[in-house]
Design a protein around this ligand. Structure first.
Ligand SMILES: Nc1ncnc2c1ncn2[C@@H]1O[C@H](COP(=O)(O)OP(=O)(O)OP(=O)(O)O)[C@@H](O)[C@H]1O
Ligand SMILES: [Mg+2]
Length: 361
């Protein structure tokens, strides 16, 4: 006995009940459903998400499967293949860096809060999800990314003046430090820094990138301005520690990004709490949670908190970010959670301007 014929539009109708929790649209309207195949009572399709780092991937897969099983009569088997394609924000599009879909600036109010460590861990863990990722160390005053990523070899410019990025832990790495001559003490004046950053952004052969993470020097200054004037920045991540959020400095950085029309993707609280390596007890050294409160009162996303953990520094010093060296550790898990939240916020930016104009087929 043959069952009722199942049609593609029946399956799509069923899938309209599955909502993307961040984009607040159903997955059919968002154009996520691809390659549908119906054979007898078996249905198979792809759900093409906005990032391979999507933290709700498994939930969406289950919901899609259940929706089809429950709503389309005669279906006995549903195979959902999760794929991803990172979109670029719709506007404004700059001609510079056409092959880079999203540029994420990592900044902080003051120095030493763990910006570079956060940038390296985010880049490496994004790459581990299958995304194509670049990491640019734009901290000319104290480049630390080459050490944290064990990507120490300076790139030789090609005859056509393009530079090949290094490759470390699946991440394409460039440091403005590579452009500085040897061990000479260097005083970068405004125009020099400006030129070096432009060269690091534009002369590097980044190739197709889903995400380019830019590790900025602390505070507000010329480098930030050059960055936003040279390329279109998808958004900024602000790293702060519990003891400095109350101060004006993080807010000053935040305002600088806002004034230059760079969306704030969120705040990360680093060195948020301490977990005793011996007894596992957690100690809120400086009264953690300040960044979360500040984010909430300013209505900007809170991306998560990273503990104060000597293993983070140890792995950084050895050249492998803990997020990939020991992803199961509590710090590894914390970085992954922040990375997932960040990827969500970036996807929201891509749909911010077009979500309303998607027409349902
Ligand atoms: N969560 C953490 N737990 C323990 N150590 C950390 C943590 N985050 C960063 N560190 C260590 O703190 C030091 C400063 O970190 P990092 O270089 O990332 O800060 P930064 O904000 O980039 O500094 P700068 O302003 O100089 O660029 C490094 O030795 C790093 O290994
Ligand atoms: Mg740094």
């Amino acid at each position: 006995m043959t069952g009722p014929t199942i049609t593609e539009s029946q399956v799509l109708d069923a899938l309209r009940s599955v909502m993307d929790p961040d984009l607040h649209r159903d997955i059919v309207a968002l154009g996520f459903i691809r390659n549908m195949k119906i054979e007898g009572s078996a249905v198979a399709f792809d759900v093409n998400l906005t990032t391979p780092a999507c933290p709700v991937k498994d939930r969406l897969r289950d919901e899609a499967r259940q929706a089809v099983l429950a709503k389309v009569p005669g279906v006995t088997d549903v195979r959902v293949n999760m794929t991803a394609e990172v979109r670029r924000p719709q506007a404004p599009d700059t001609s510079a860096l056409k092959t880079v879909r999203n540029i994420i600036a990592v900044g902080s109010g003051k120095g030493g809060v763990g910006k570079s460590t956060v940038a390296a861990n985010l880049a490496a863990s994004l790459a581990a999800t299958g995304a194509t990722v670049g990491l640019l160390d734009a901290d000319i005053y104290g480049p630390s990314i080459p050490i944290m990523m064990a990507a120490g070899s300076p790139a030789e410019p090609r005859p056509d003046n393009t530079i090949e990025p290094g490759l470390a832990h699946g991440v394409r790495v460039m440091s403005m430090g590579y452009l500085t001559p040897g061990d000479q003490p260097l005083i970068w004046r405004g125009p020099m820094a400006h030129k070096a950053l432009q060269q690091s952004l534009l002369a590097v052969n980044w190739g197709e990138l889903d995400y380019l993470v830019v590790d900025l020097p602390p505070g507000t200054g010329d480098v930030h301005l050059t960055l936003v004037q040279t390329v279109s920045v998808t958004g900024a991540v602000i790293v702060s520690t519990p003891q400095d959020v109350g101060l004006q400095i993080s807010m000053k950085t935040l305002r600088m990004f806002q004034q230059t029309k760079v969306p704030i993707l969120g705040i990360v609280e680093n060195m948020s709490y301490y977990v005793c390596p011996h007894c596992g007890e957690r100690d809120d050294l400086f009264g953690h949670g300040g960044a979360k409160e500040a984010a909430s009162s300013m209505k900007i996303p809170f991306l998560g908190e990273i503990p104060l953990d000597t293993a983070i520094r140890r792995f950084a010093d050895q050249g492998t970010p803990i997020a990939i060296a020991d992803p199961e550790s509590s710090s590894g898990v914390a970085y992954h959670a922040v990375m997932g939240s960040l990827a969500r916020e970036v996807s929201k930016q891509a749909f911010k301007n077009i979500a309303l104009t998607i027409v349902e087929e």
